[in-house]
Design a protein. Structure first.
Length: 377
């Protein structure tokens, strides 16, 4: 009998967003009986544990691991007050498993390849309670990261170059209130929902989560104040005030919006028109009334949820983890199946974790064998 860690039973159930009843039905036992397993009041025998492992696409050794390290106070949720408990717990468990995967990946790299160090600028002398200081922080970060004042070509790559691991998550559905979250760890993680297909929104979400990592270490977020601070930074970071002051008059002047110019500006800076309007109001380039007029115009044009240019702006995809997988496979002959063994999971678990398809991935042993004309069991 394994030295069972009952917390793992609950964590992995949350990961798959399953209720006690969902799993109990598959096991052919009562909800109450399963609850006893998860709370340590009872221990499943080997046959039952094998059934549980099969449901979750893991190996039985998975349930003997040490206590999870990711705690809720390390996670920066958006819209915390409205977030469903199942969404929160599913994403906390996702962060936990990504953190474990990162540990195994770095162990396998053995120092031959070093991932970027996580080292954000110190904010001594700035006061995040002051809007003007948030503007200055955004400018300070651009200077520290040598970004100039122009468009940021790829926000995902920028975050990864800063030592942050970005993953897409597409398992909590379009009705979830959680667009993104970040987790404050030695190597931070940003988990971004891929259910809402907007490149501009994704980029804003990443800038928002970057603000949480900069501003709110050790602070519970999700309230109006912390969300406002993060949104302010995101807008100031993506659209510096000097740029807005220079270019916005070509978008709005003499009481008229020039939507063609707005469209070109959006394509260049990859920021939604709605966010640009809000940024203009923030900088007093629009009055409250003018801002509302602009938003109503977007709504009347059918662009309140999806804007016309969205289909022309390519979605950014995380690259860091898959680059690690590819290096390990090509240079070290360590395929992703071995990483699954390290984690006591099956490949389908990793596919669910990272929202990737391993069937055609060059870093799998199966793909390598098939390219060589070999059969793989």
């Amino acid at each position: 009998m394994l030295n069972l860690n009952n917390i793992e039973l609950k964590l992995v159930r949350y990961f798959y967003r399953l209720s006690l009843q969902d799993v109990a039905d598959q096991l052919g036992i009562s909800r109450q009986y399963l609850h006893k397993f998860e709370t340590g009041q009872s221990i499943p025998d080997n046959a039952m544990l094998a059934k549980i492992a099969e449901i979750y696409n893991v190996k039985t050794d998975f349930f003997s691991q040490e206590k999870a390290t990711v705690q809720e106070d390390q996670v920066h949720f958006r819209k915390l007050q409205r977030s469903k408990e199942i969404d929160k717990q599913s994403l906390i468990s996702t962060a936990e498993y990504v953190d474990r995967l990162l540990t195994k990946v770095e162990e396998r790299l053995s120092g031959k390849v070093t991932l970027p160090n996580f080292d954000l600028p110190k904010l001594d002398g700035f006061d995040i309670d002051k809007p003007l200081d948030i503007e200055r922080i955004a400018e300070h970060c651009r200077k520290e990261w040598d970004l100039g004042l122009g468009p940021i070509s790829n926000m995902t790559r920028l975050c990864e170059n800063l030592g942050i691991v970005v993953i897409s998550y597409d398992h909590h559905g379009e009705n979830s209130d959680i667009d993104a979250l970040s987790v404050t760890l030695k190597r931070p993680i940003i988990v971004r929902s891929s259910s809402k297909q907007s490149a501009c929104r994704l980029r804003f979400d990443l800038a928002h989560e970057l603000a949480h990592l900069l501003f709110h270490d050790g602070i519970i977020t999700g309230c109006r104040k912390t969300e406002s601070q993060a949104n302010h930074f995101a807008g100031a970071f993506l659209l510096p005030r000097a740029i807005m002051i220079k270019y916005f008059p070509s978008i709005f002047s003499n009481g008229r919006f020039r939507w063609d110019n707005m469209s070109e500006f959006k394509k260049q800076f990859k920021v939604s028109k709605a966010a640009t309007l809000y940024r203009a109001k923030q900088l007093s380039l629009l009055t409250e009334s003018q801002y509302r007029t602009g938003i109503i115009s977007l709504k009347n044009k059918g662009e309140s949820k999806q804007e016309d240019e969205d289909s022309f702006i390519e979605l950014e995809k995380p690259e860091l983890l898959e680059s690690c997988f590819t290096y390990l496979a090509e240079k070290e002959k360590i395929y992703v199946e071995k990483l699954c063994d390290d984690l006591y999971v099956k490949p389908v678990f990793l596919e669910h974790l990272l929202s990737i398809d391993l069937n055609q991935s060059i870093y799998t042993r199966k793909y390598k064998a098939e390219k060589l004309g070999l059969k793989v069991s």
